[in-house]
Ligand binder design. Structure first.
Ligand code: AP5
Length: 220
């Protein structure tokens, strides 16, 4: 049966960065709702155009839109060793829809990992984030700088700042997280599957803690 891991935490806590490393190391499928929505925006699909209105403000895209794309993705790749859900669920409605869809296929969430960090760290990480236009790789101007300013190490693509990483939008994203997503911590705590890691560590130390956690939880 596929392993299902959920990464939960405020914007900028390092979920996406670790998800990329974990997917590569353990052969799991990385399911990032943010990436899937940005792809739909770039392709100017109807769904993308609808989602863009919310994303530009830093608000959540309606539950039904997001749930459909996640469930489709999991079902399409149902033979995968495992899935890392990065940025989903973010509301109780999404959590309930996910559980219902997984249980129809005989699957369960193994562990929900909470990346705990402070608003100050989130803001400093997001305001310094740069993303490759071509391959989507993430950098940080101070913490994880590219070798050559403004150029992706991996593919030579141009780096840019995400529109929703501007400080005023980041502040709204943090508020939306507090208002709508934080309550999922107690939801999963009650189910006994919530585990907390520090989101403040450097990338290698955060990965080491996750690997230890996965060993303890018998998911690797
Ligand atoms: P999304 O793209 O998911 O944004 P987010 O959750 O706000 O997550 P981020 O990517 O900003 O943070 P992260 O924790 O992944 O950090 P990262 O590793 O990238 O969503 C965007 C929008 O899409 C939402 O606002 C919403 O509109 C919509 N959306 C998405 N999912 C939705 C859903 N389920 N429901 C409704 N709407 C949804 O790192 C950030 C920066 O820090 C990078 O520069 C990185 O290089 C750096 N960094 C990472 N780790 C470290 C470290 N350990 N030390 C130092 N620097 C680090």
């Amino acid at each position: 049966m596929s392993t299902i891991l959920v990464l939960l935490g405020p914007p900028g806590a390092g979920k996406g960065t670790q998800a990329v490393v974990l997917a590569k190391k353990f052969g799991w499928t990385h399911v990032s709702t943010g990436d899937m929505l940005r792809e739909a925006v770039a392709k100017k699909t109807d769904l993308g155009m609808e989602a863009k209105k919310y994303m530009d403000r830093g608000d959540l895209v309606p539950d039904s839109i997001v749930t459909n794309i996640v469930v489709d993705r999991i079902m399409r790749d149902s033979s995968s060793k495992g899935f890392i859900l990065d940025g989903y669920p973010r509301t109780e409605t999404q959590a309930l829809s996910l559980e219902a869809a997984l249980s129809r296929s005989g699957m369960l969430i193994n562990v929900v990992i909470y990346f705990e960090t402070t608003p100050e760290i989130s803001i400093s990480r997001l305001s310094g984030r740069r993303v490759c236009k071509k391959c989507g790789a993430n950098y940080h101007i101070k913490n994880i700088p590219p070798k050559k300013d403004g150029i992706c190490d991996k593919c030579g693509g141009e780096l840019f700042q995400r529109e929703d990483d501007k400080e005023s939008t980041v502040r709204n994203r943090l508020k939306v997280y507090e208002d709508q997503t934080e309550k999922l911590l107690s939801y999963y705590e009650k189910k006994g599957i919530l585990r907390t890691v520090s989101g403040d560590l450097d990338v290698e130390s955060a990965f080491r803690d996750l690997r230890n956690l996965f060993k303890k939880e018998s998911v690797i």
